[in-house]
Design a protein around this ligand. Sequence first.
Ligand SMILES: Nc1ncnc2c1ncn2[C@@H]1O[C@H](COP(=O)(O)OP(=O)(O)OP(=O)(O)O)[C@@H](O)[C@H]1O
Ligand SMILES: [Mg+2]
Length: 600
Amino acid sequence: MKRLKQFTKWMKGFLRLYFMAVVILIALQYFRTLTPLFVQHIIDAVLSDQPSALPGFIQDIVAADSIQRQLLLVAIFSVAFTLLRVILFFGHRFLLAHFAENTAYRLRNALYQRLQDLSFTYHSRAETGDLIQRTTTDVETYRVFIGDQLIEVLRMIFLITFAVIQMSRMESTLTIISMAVAPIIFFSAFIYFTFVKRVFKRVEEAEGTMTTTLQENVTGIRVVKAFANETFEIDKFDNTSKTFRDENQRLINLMAYYWSLSDFLIFIQFCLTASFGIYFTVQGRMGPGEYIAFLAYVGMIVWPLRQMGRIIGDFGKTTVALDRIDEIINQQSEHEDDAQDTPPITGHIEFDKVTFQFDDDDKPLLKNVSFTIDRGETVAIVGKTGSGKSTLINLLIRLLENQEGRILFDGQDIKTINKRHLRKHVGIILQEPFLYSKTVYENIGIMNKRADKDKVFNAASIARVHEDIINFEAGYETMVGERGVTLSGGQKQRVAIARMLLDDKPVLVFDDSLSAVDTETDIQIRRALNSYWKNTTVILITHRIITAKEADKIIVLDEGEIIEYGTHASLLEQNGMYAELWDIQSSLLRSTVAPEKEVG
Ligand SMILES: Nc1ncnc2c1ncn2[C@@H]1O[C@H](COP(=O)(O)OP(=O)(O)OP(=O)(O)O)[C@@H](O)[C@H]1O
Ligand SMILES: [Mg+2]
C-alpha cells in the first residue's frame, strides 16, 4: 500500500490521462485480435463453406453472394480497421507521453525545490554527483517505467486475454496445448533478468568509474599537464575503460545465451501448435482458416511474453530509484517551522556569549564569543586558519544554529527572525566566489536586473576591475567559466565585489575575499568602499593585518575564543598575538616594497 502511494504520488491530476490511454489500449488490443479473423474468413470462404468467425455486425455485411464481393469487402474492412488502429494508437501514445512527461516534470521540480530548501549541514555532507544522479537518472528510470514499461505489461495482459478468448472459441484443446510453454517463457525471462540485474549493475558501475576518471581528468587537465602526468592518466583511463568493455562483453554474452534459449522455447511452442493444429484439422475438428488464424495468435503472443518477464524484473529498479528520490523529498526543509518575523534590519549586530559545536565534534568550536558592532562600523576578524571565522559568519545568517548564547540584529534574537529575510539583508563575498557561465556584464548585474550600464561600470570601477575587463578582447561580453576565458582568482573576487555593490544591503561580509588581490589594490578597494558605504556595517575577515588596520575595531580569534578585541592602536599596546602578526607582516611588506623604491 505504501509502495502504491509512493508510486502514484506524483501522478495526481494526470491519472485520468493514463486511464484514457488504458481504455484506448484495450480497444486496440481487441481490434488487433480481430485481424486474424479476416484472414480466416478469406481462407474459409475460398476453400470451404464453413461459417465465418467474424463478429456479427461485420459478418452481416461481408456475407455477400459472390466470393469476389466477399474478398473486396474484407479488404475494405481490413484497411478501415488498420486506419482506425493507427489513429487510436496515436491518441494512446499522445496521452501516455503527456502523462509520463508531466509526472516526471513535476517530480524533477519538486526535487530541485527540495534541494534548495535543504540545510547547509545536509549539503555539506551530501555528494554532488549523487544528488545530480537522483534528480536526473532516477527520475528518468521512473518516467520510463510509468510511460513505457507498465503499459507494456497491461498491453500483454489484454492481448493475451482477447487472443485466448478467440482461440478457445475455435478449439479449446489446442488453446491449452499452444499456451503450455507460455508460462515457461515468461518465468524464465523473469528469473533470468532478475539474475542478470547484478551484471547490469556492474556495467553501470564500471561506466560510472570511467566517467568519473574522465571528468576528473578534464577538470584537472592543467594540473595533469603541469606535472607531466599524462602517461599515468592514460594508463588509469585505459584500466577503467577495459573494465567497462569486459563487463559489457560479459553482459552481451549472457544476453546471447538467453535470447537463443528463449527463441528455442518459442520454436517449441510453434511446433506444438502447428503439429497438433494439423492433426486437428485433418480430423476435421477445425477448418484450415482457423488453423492459420491460430498460428497468427500464437505468433502475436509469444514474442512479447519474454519482454514482459523482463519488465517485471525491472520493477525492482524503479522502486530503488523511487526510494532514492524519497530520501531527498522526505528530508526536512530548513524553512519548515521557521520564524515568520521580518523586522527592519539596519546593521547593528551583537554576539552574546555564543557557543557552537558541530554534531560530529567532541568539543565546541566557538566558545563564549561576545562582541558588538554598531551600524555603519567596519570590524575586522583575524585569526589562524581553522580558528572558526567562517563558522561565525555561517551562524550570523543561520546557515548553522548556535547552541548557546544569542546573536542579535538590532536587539532581536535571530532565532526569531525569518531566515530568508535575514539572508536578504546580509551580503557575503567568499574567498572563491561563484560566478555563473554568463558574460562578465551579466555576472555583475545578476543581483540587480534593473541596474543600467553606468551603474555596472561604476561598480566595476570601485571594485578596481573595470580596467581589467575593458582590456579583454570581448570586454564586458567576455564569457566567464567553462566556455570562455577563465578569470584570474583576483579578477573573480573583484567581479564578485562589483556584483555586491549593485545590491544595497545593510550588512556586508568579506570572508577573505580580497586574498587573491595584491596588497596595494586591496587597500585601494577598501578605501573606495569605505566612502561608498557610509551606513553599511562591514565585517572583514582577513589574513592581512594591513587591511585589518583600517577597521574601526579588530577581533582576534584563536581556537574559537576572542583573545583580543579593540582598535589597531590599542591592540598594538596589548602586545599580544595581533602585535606579533603586525610585526611580522609589516616587516615583510617593508622588505618587499623597499628595493622597488630604490630602483624608482
Ligand atoms: N561541517 C563541519 N563539520 C565539522 N567540522 C567542521 C565543519 N565545517 C568546518 N569544520 C571545522 O571547523 C573549524 C573551523 O572552520 P572555519 O571554516 O570556521 O575556519 P576559518 O577560521 O574560516 O579558517 P580559514 O581562515 O582557513 O578560512 C575547522 O577545523 C573545520 O575543519
Ligand atoms: Mg574561512
